[in-house]
Design a protein around this ligand. Structure first.
Ligand code: NAD
Length: 434
């Protein structure tokens, strides 16, 4: 059993904390947002993630996990601290490391007063060299010696929102970026119950593995979208093409789905941060820049399809189904619904939005659009339906019941026969529908 503090109780911190506590460790989550802390201590997850509420409730009741705003007491009563605060994009796309360094400095100040070895692990996604710098910062602030009084390591997170708990408990691999055998052994022991393959590297390599993984997955999606846009011109269905392509074991069928593009808190920001970090080192990463460029265009392709098959959008009622960046999450960060709504409003369309979980978050960004209580209510008065996230419940709807002129399915959600004309990205006019 280890005593672990986790600084930053967001998606990653909370799920990682719950996983470590489930494995029998004692976990203290630290966050600066009072409401999050209170919610966790009541056994209620502040974010929507499958299975998390049930798990949290049990862990809090059994005193395996608790949350606090008091970073000092959390560090003093634990032996390992994970830093999982946010690393957002700045205006210019480069990474904002201010939250990481603020947390690291606070840890350093507490370590000045703490006896015994303490291991600090950076879990946030950070550009190569950040963990090394964090070690130096802690040395300076605490007056303690790295490698003797405290250790610094990097342990990137690969969980996917929506299935975060499942991923955290069954990772494909655990990457440990360490500087000493001692830290390697501590982290190996912590992760040993998961029986996952472990790769041990230095901290900078671990940082680069995380960026490279996300850049590669994002590239696969933009690649599929590029091919989709070409397929459309030939009247070929990209879905059939990618089925054939993905059967090659060197390629794999995953992340080859064409559509409205990728969003979320990771892919866009991480690819942009890598571009910016490469440029800072004097390299022009043209491939990565085009991955972003293609992705910026994809949601607008849904509007092109709507205009192509239903004419001018001015004054038309658009039922927009799916506001989160993907199904099974309430996260709207970089959701393709954001550029989609902006463009629809610019065109003078009326947007009636619906999402099973993400409406509250979306309302903060777009208070001016209409929100429907159910998908059916949104469809009742719509001329066009646009599907931006493929939630399961959208697959069950009987679309033919509504007076729609067109469905633009940005995620290939509809699998059953629909009589209403519908358009998808990467198909072109072929067969009964577009
Ligand atoms: P998040 O915004 O959901 O959570 C960050 C939390 O840190 C917030 O609750 C915030 O209040 C808290 N915080 C900020 N400064 C603090 C401080 N000084 N002390 C205590 N708490 C503080 O972010 P997230 O999605 O969990 O991502 C965290 C990191 O993990 C990022 O670097 C991200 O790129 C990376 N990551 C995210 C995912 C994902 O799917 N969300 C997956 C892998 C990696």
């Amino acid at each position: 059993m280890m005593k672990i503090s986790i600084i930053g109780a967001g998606y990653v911190g909370l799920v990682t904390g719950a996983t470590f506590a489930k494995l029998g460790n004692e976990v203290i989550l630290v966050d600066v947002v009072k409401e999050k802390v209170e919610s966790i201590n009541m056994g209620k997850s502040p974010i929507y993630e499958k299975g998390l509420d049930e798990l949290l409730k049990g862990l809090v009741e059994n005193k395996k996990l608790r949350a606090t705003e008091d970073l000092e007491s959390a560090i003093l009563s634990t032996d390992i601290s994970f830093v999982s605060v946010g690393t957002p994009s700045k205006e210019d796309g480069s990474i904002d490391l201010s939250y990481v360094f603020s947390a690291v400095e606070q840890i350093g100040e507490v370590l000045r007063k703490k006896d015994g070895y303490h291991l600090v692990v950076i879990k946030s996604t950070v550009i190569p060299g950040t963990t090394e710098k964090a070690g130096k910062t802690i040395e300076k602030v605490s007056g303690k010696k790295e490698g003797v009084d405290f250790g610094i390591a990097m342990n990137p997170e690969f969980l996917r929102e929506g299935v975060a708990l499942e991923d955290s408990l069954n990772p494909d691999r655990v990457v440990l970026g360490v500087k000493s055998k001692r830290d390697e052994e501590i982290l190996k022991e912590l992760y040993s119950p998961l029986n996952a393959p472990v790769l041990v590297v230095d901290p900078s390599t671990a940082e680069m593995i995380k960026y490279t993984s996300n850049a590669f997955l994002a590239s696969k999606i933009s690649f599929a979208n590029e091919i989709a846009n070409i397929c459309e011109r030939f009247g070929i269905d990209v879905e059939d093409v990618m089925k054939g392509v993905g059967m090659d074991h060197r390629i794999s069928p995953y992340f080859l789905k064409a559509g409205a593009g990728f969003g979320g808190s990771c892919f866009p920001k991480d690819v942009k941060a890598l571009i910016s970090a490469a440029e800072e080192k004097g390299y022009d990463p043209i491939l990565l820049k085009d991955v972003i460029e293609i992705n910026d265009r994809q949601p607008l392709r849904m509007i092109e399809l709507a205009e192509k098959y239903a004419g001018e959008l001015k004054g038309k009622n658009i039922a927009l189904l799916g506001l989160s960046f993907k199904p099974d999450t309430d996260d709207i960060r970089e959701s393709r619904a954001i550029p989609l709504v902006k463009e629809l409003l610019k065109k003078g369309a009326n947007v009636i939005a619906y999402d099973p979980k993400a409406m509250e978050n979306f309302k903060r960004l777009f208070p001016e659009i209409e929100y429907a209580k159910t998908a059916e209510k949104a469809l009742e008065k719509a001329d066009i339906c646009m599907i931006q996230a493929d939630w399961e419940e959208f697959k069950e709807i009987d679309y033919d019941k509504y007076p729609l002129k067109l469905i633009v399915d940005g995620r290939r959600t509809l699998k059953k026969d629909v009589k209403i004309p519908y358009a998808v990205i990467g198909k072109g006019k072929k067969g009964e529908n577009y």
